[in-house]
Design a protein around this ligand. Structure first.
Ligand code: LLP
Length: 430
């Protein structure tokens, strides 16, 4: 497959030098060190607005709301910007709920999903008053009912439908097939809603569906949407009223060879189908993550060594699979560029990190004109980058910077090595 550099908002190249908005990436690498995640506020705002214009009808009324999927990038600065733009949040843990509350988001703008919510997490979500819990199994529904009873309230819920639709994406990030652990099997949904309607501490408010991530075609969404709308019709006949329809997230981005639909066009296509089928009265929720932040971030890394192997050349950099897990985990492609174009001839390298695993690679067979000490930018790293980082090999996680125009803000400090074992104890002499 041939790859090119994805077209980016917020990151530009001028005369061989890369910039995040008005700030040169070299200046950021010098000031904050590497590995370093750099985000463009402008890129996040632009992607959000592309969704938002499609969410508002010509007469000014709102037909859909964006609930940002916090898992994609949960830095407080990112959450705060999106909150200021008017986004709600899609959460999958008590930790993400705490983050959203920390930036002052309104619990009524939050939906809470996940197959394995603990009792504590359910209690936390219900006591702060989230808009809705997206329920993924019958035992979970029963647990929510009894926790709501103990709190003396009724829990607002949607059932997450597994529509058995193939999202045509990497198997690890496909969630709407009947073999996947997610959601309630399509054939059991009506029965489960009927049971839910009889539970005294459950308040049915919506219906939910999410079929996967990095989806680059609209047709699986329309298939899933049609199946969910059919269910809403049948529920109405049973006297069960649905107020909101949550279509999940999953719209893909261009990593270099992908051609996802344009955000506004994609959103209009889905919302028009909702209107055409006579469901325009429903509040629609979309839960994008990657398409809001994925191309709004890069990971800067410095070349440590250039090594000639028997069959391959290796460009050994100071970022690794612990900093950006996607290549190792999904065989994912991220474009890699020198932040200042180098002199000399490009050589083909595997770009690899210092971690002791052969799976520790960031890019394979990349033509680069680089020297030791040069800094590379790994593009499209704003989503599922830092959030999936680990401390493997006792490596502190990178710092994060957000750029807004000519200003750069350190939004997370580099993790110190001492902090990595601060919570550990030896057991002492025997
Ligand atoms: N809603 C639900 C219920 C989800 O499970 C997800 C993502 C989203 C929304 C947001 O999906 P997005 O718009 O970001 O595609 N680590 C993987 C992606 C995992 C996605 C998990 N669920 C990766 O790096 O590709």
């Amino acid at each position: 497959m041939t790859h090119s550099i994805p077209s980016l908002t917020g990151f530009t190249e001028h005369h061989g030098e890369w910039f995040a908005e008005g700030v040169s990436l070299s200046a950021l690498a010098n000031q904050y060190g590497t590995p370093l995640y750099v985000y463009s506020k402008h890129a996040i705002c632009t992607a959000y607005r592309a969704y938002d214009v499609a969410c508002i009808r010509a007469n000014g009324s709102r037909r859909a709301r964006i609930h940002y999927a916090v898992k994609a990038n949960s830095n407080l600065a990112v959450l705060d910007e999106l909150k200021q733009l008017g986004a709600g949040f899609d959460l999958v843990s008590g930790g993400e709920l705490a983050r959203a509350l920390h930036v002052g988001a309104d619990p009524k703008s939050m939906v809470f999903a996940g197959v394995g919510k603990s009792s504590d997490e359910i209690k936390f979500a219900l006591s702060v008053g989230v808009k809705c819990i997206n329920v993924e199994s019958i035992p979970e529904l029963q647990r929510i009912n009894s926790i709501a009873k103990s709190l003396g309230l009724r829990a607002p819920v949607s059932l997450r439908v597994n529509p058995d639709v193939d999202a045509q994406t990497h198997p690890y990030i496909s969630t709407g097939l009947k073999d996947n652990k997610f959601g309630i099997a399509y054939f059991e949904v009506l029965k489960t809603y009927r049971e839910a309607a009889l539970l005294p501490h459950i308040d049915i408010v919506g219906i939910d569906c999410h079929i996967g991530s990095q989806i680059t075609s609209t047709s699986p969404y329309l298939d899933a949407l049609d199946k969910v709308l059919d269910l809403i019709d049948q529920l109405k006949r049973d006297g069960i009223v649905i107020h909101h329809l949550d279509l999940g997230g999953g719209l893909g981005i261009d990593y270099g060879s992908d051609a996802p639909p344009d955000i506004t066009e994609f959103t209009n296509t889905l919302l028009n189908r909702v209107d055409e089928r006579g469901f325009g009265h429903l509040d629609v929720i979309l839960e994008p993550g990657r398409s809001l932040v994925g191309n709004a971030g890069v990971l800067l890394t410095q070349v440590e060594y250039l090594k000639t192997g028997a069959d391959k050349n290796f460009c050994i950099v100071n970022a690794a699979m612990n900093d950006l897990m996607r290549p190792a985990l999904y065989d994912a492609y991220h474009a890699i560029v020198p932040i200042k174009s180098g002199i000399g001839k490009a050589i083909t390298y595997d770009v690899v990190g210092p971690v002791c695993e052969s799976g520790d690679w960031l890019g394979k067979d990349r033509a680069l004109a680089v020297q030791e000490g040069d800094v590379l930018a790994i593009l499209s790293a704003g989503a599922y980058g830092f959030v999936m980082a680990s401390n493997y090999n006792t490596r502190g996680r990178p710092a994060e910077v957000m750029v807004d125009g000519d200003q750069a803000y350190l939004v997370r400090e580099r993790e110190s090595v001492n902090s990595l074992f601060a919570n550990e104890r030896t057991i002492g002499p025997s």
